[in-house]
Ligand binder design. Structure first.
Ligand SMILES: NC(=O)c1ccc[n+]([C@@H]2O[C@H](COP(=O)([O-])OP(=O)(O)OC[C@H]3O[C@@H](n4cnc5c(N)ncnc54)[C@H](O)[C@@H]3O)[C@@H](O)[C@H]2O)c1
Length: 261
């Protein structure tokens, strides 16, 4: 199995994309440590433990640098190394640039950018010279496309591409690869909540209309995202670093919605 013996830290693994990544990592033989601030964490970890997997969870807000560092030091001392870090935890609340207050802007900046920074900084000492891999969850939103209400979110996801490029250049000297994943729409609690924000009475119609605009006519699954993450985490992607890989069912492909035979 391609992740046998690897120690993987996944942030935001209690649900959604993070949980899809965790499931695929466990399937490929990794030991997984989840960092998440959700009350759902305990349930997620217990269910996976009961299925016989090697998994641990720590309830922490990645904005809390001291707490994150303490936990990562515990994990690092227990295993002596951390092979894989997936910076997946992230948030998105829709509001227009004109309406959004600084507090909601900073909510995005503090979690999506500074939280990722905190976890990476704490984990780095345990990743040197073991062919480790860091994967940052960016998005097609920001670097490539955007819908209205996503200015703050798009700003942070574009920033993570810069973070990936800068960091990959420096960490190559420690044999650490750093890549970003740029998903289109994946069906997760985040997207379900955004659909409710968009249309409280009929959020399903929002999901259906997102699907109809995607060439594959469906949203992606967290497990499909997990498979790409596992590839980037594994030694099979050993010559790939500093890249942003799109996984979107072709959603960024159409030039128009009306032309074509
Ligand atoms: N779902 C999509 O369509 C999509 C598309 C592109 C990128 N992404 C990215 O994928 C990642 C996961 O998104 P998702 O859709 O699964 O979201 P989600 O809201 O369904 O799950 C996010 C998880 O992260 C955790 N989390 C959030 N903030 C945290 C914090 N400060 N500290 C600790 N844990 C925290 C949450 O508790 C939750 O378990 C995000 O970075 C998101 O930007 C998602």
């Amino acid at each position: 199995m391609k992740l046998n013996g690897k120690i993987a830290v996944v942030t935001g693994g209690a649900m959604g994309n993070g949980l899809g990544i965790v499931n695929v990592f466990l399937k490929y033989g990794a030991k997984v440590i989840i960092l998440d601030y959700s009350d759902k964490l305990e349930n997620t970890v217990n269910e996976l433990k009961n299925s016989g997997y090697e998994i641990d969870g720590y309830k922490v807000d990645i904005r809390n640098k001291e707490e994150v560092t303490k936990i990562i030091n515990q994990v690092g001392s227990k295993y002596g190394k951390i092979n894989i870090l997936v910076n997946n935890a992230g948030v998105c609340k829709l509001d227009t640039f004109e309406n959004m207050d600084d507090e909601l802007r900073d909510f995005h900046f503090d979690i999506n950018i500074k939280g990722t920074w905190n976890v990476t900084k704490a984990t780095l000492p345990y990743m040197k010279n073991i062919n480790a891999s860091i994967i940052n969850l960016s998005s097609v939103t920001g670097p490539m496309v955007a819908d209205s209400g996503e200015v703050a979110y798009a700003t942070t996801k574009a920033a993570l591409i810069g973070f990936t490029k800068g960091l990959s250049r420096e960490l190559v000297d420690y044999s650490i690869r750093v890549n970003a994943i740029m998903p289109g729409y994946i069906l997760t609690p985040m997207v379900e909540n955004m659909a409710v924000e968009t249309n409280k009475e009929n959020s399903n119609s929002v999901i259906n209309s997102i699907a109809s605009a995607i060439p594959m006519k469906r949203l992606g699954t967290p497990e499909e995202l997990g498979e790409l993450t596992a590839f980037l985490a594994s030694d099979e992607s050993s010559y790939i670093t500093g890249q942003g890989i799109v996984i979107d069912g072709g959603s960024t492909l159409p030039e128009t919605m009306s032309m074509g035979v």
